[in-house]
Ligand binder design. Structure first.
Ligand code: GLU
Length: 427
């Protein structure tokens, strides 16, 4: 039987526990969340009528600071998944060395074809139900899968009505006009790009003309494609759940973004429905691909930037990339990890690769608390050294201990949380 996401987290935790030689009492701190809050939220939807949705906030650990982590709207966001994601947030914040613990929220429904009004109703209902559980020094939500700055804006509005004061720091990933930070929108991608470039400079300083395939074309996927394109990488594949394009000659990500925006379908770069411009495809050395084809396509660097478990035991053996940069949370299963290790493929793990998002959330929170806002250049200037330091800490420890980057990143994060717990006298 397939492992649950939380079982997968525990497998990674076990490895870190053995690397660090932690006692049972110490490691038990990270085996279960501190708080699991489950609620049914009732909404009166315009299209689907009256609905009761399962909603969760899991507060995993706050030894290093207030709970922090996104809220996802997804039909698979059940308690097990949200628990695993909350745990990973705690480790991620520790890896980035920012003063937060870890949490995650979720509402279990499919928002894909829902109207803006209905999404707003769910967002308001969530903020209402969890207003007592979150707080600027307690638990700070943010966007995650299928939530965005508009959802954060509605949640903030509802929260501020309840507490009857302005409290922008209670939630991050907000629109700029409501106290969002410049540079937050593309920070996940920008952070990943800093880490990738540092990795390349460390192992192949002279390497040029590297090819990149990106799976998922939402915020993280489209932004990393644009950033790496400007940095001189060749983007050879982009796709999302509706499919996409592979082109050995390279794809212009700006054009892909425009097509996605206008047609909501990346294959429209070459096709109208089932009719494709074969001449143009041939001229560009391009072909239409399915989302899952990106994982096994010909490229140097593979970037899963969508959902979890995209690289699994059945396709890992066919991965051709030499490096995987995990912008999504949990895109590689533990079985796939083993297969990729055998093949000598380096994985830059999610808790390092996508930590730019929560790091920029930290900047947003500090700006909200100070009431003084930074320029985009300042945000970049502060993000880069945090990402490079996280990479360097992990790289050095991985070489010293001769273990993969994921195991090292986990060990580093767990170590920092346990040290904070020891200082508190809790173990
Ligand atoms: N959802 C993002 C993540 O998984 C960002 C979390 C945050 O900014 O708090 O890292």
């Amino acid at each position: 039987m397939k492992n649950t996401p939380f079982q997968n987290y525990l497998l990674n935790l076990e490895k870190a526990v053995s690397v660090l030689g932690l006692s049972k009492e110490e490691s038990n701190i990270l085996r279960e969340p501190e708080n699991i809050i489950e609620k049914k939220i009732k909404v009166e939807l315009e299209e689907e009528g009256s609905k009761e949705l399962n909603a969760y906030r899991v507060q995993f650990n706050n030894a290093r600071g207030p709970y922090k982590g996104g809220i996802r709207f997804h039909q698979d966001a059940d308690i097990n998944e949200v628990k695993a994601l909350a745990a990973v947030m705690a480790i991620k914040c520790a890896v980035a060395d920012i003063p937060f613990g870890g949490a995650k929220g979720g509402v279990q429904f499919n928002p894909k074809h829902m109207s803006k009004r209905d999404i707003e109703k769910v967002s308001r209902a969530f903020a209402n139900a969890f207003a007592d559980d979150i707080g600027v020094d307690k638990d700070i939500p943010a966007p995650d899968v299928y939530t965005n700055s508009s959802v954060m804006a509605i949640m903030l509005d509802e929260y501020e009505k309840i507490v009857n004061k302005s409290e922008p720091g209670v939630i991050t990933g907000k629109p700029i006009e409501l106290g969002g930070s410049l540079g937050r929108e593309n920070a996940t991608a920008q952070g990943g790009a800093y880490v990738l470039q540092e990795f390349i400079d460390t192992i192949h300083p002279k390497k040029k003309d590297l090819t990149v395939a990106v799976q998922g074309f939402g915020n993280a996927g489209s932004n990393i494609a644009k950033i790496l394109h400007y940095m001189g990488y060749t983007i050879v594949a982009v796709a999302d759940s509706k499919g996409g394009v592979y082109s050995s000659n390279g794809i212009d990500p700006e054009h892909a973004v425009k097509v996605k925006h206008e047609k909501d379908d990346l294959t429209h770069m070459y096709c109208e429905g089932t009719v494709c411009d074969l001449e143009k495809l041939e001229r560009d050395g391009a072909k239409i691909i399915k989302n899952e084809d990106v994982i096994t396509c010909e490229c140097d660097i593979l970037i899963p930037a969508a959902l979890d478990e995209q690289i699994h035991k059945d396709n890992a053996k066919d991965v051709k990339a030499k490096v995987i940069l995990e912008l999504a949370n949990g895109p590689t299963t533990p079985e796939a990890d083993e297969i990729l290790k055998e093949k000598g493929i380096t994985i830059i793990p999610d808790i390092l690769a996508n930590a730019g998002g929560v790091t920029a959330s930290y900047f947003e929170w500090t700006q909200n608390r100070n009431g003084f806002y930074w320029s985009e250049e300042e945000v970049q200037k502060k993000l880069k050294p945090i990402m490079i330091k996280a990479f360097t800490d992990i790289w050095k420890m991985s070489k010293e201990k001769n273990i993969p980057l994921r195991d090292t990143a986990f060990a580093l994060g767990v170590d920092r949380i346990i040290q904070a717990t020891r200082h508190r006298g809790r173990v």
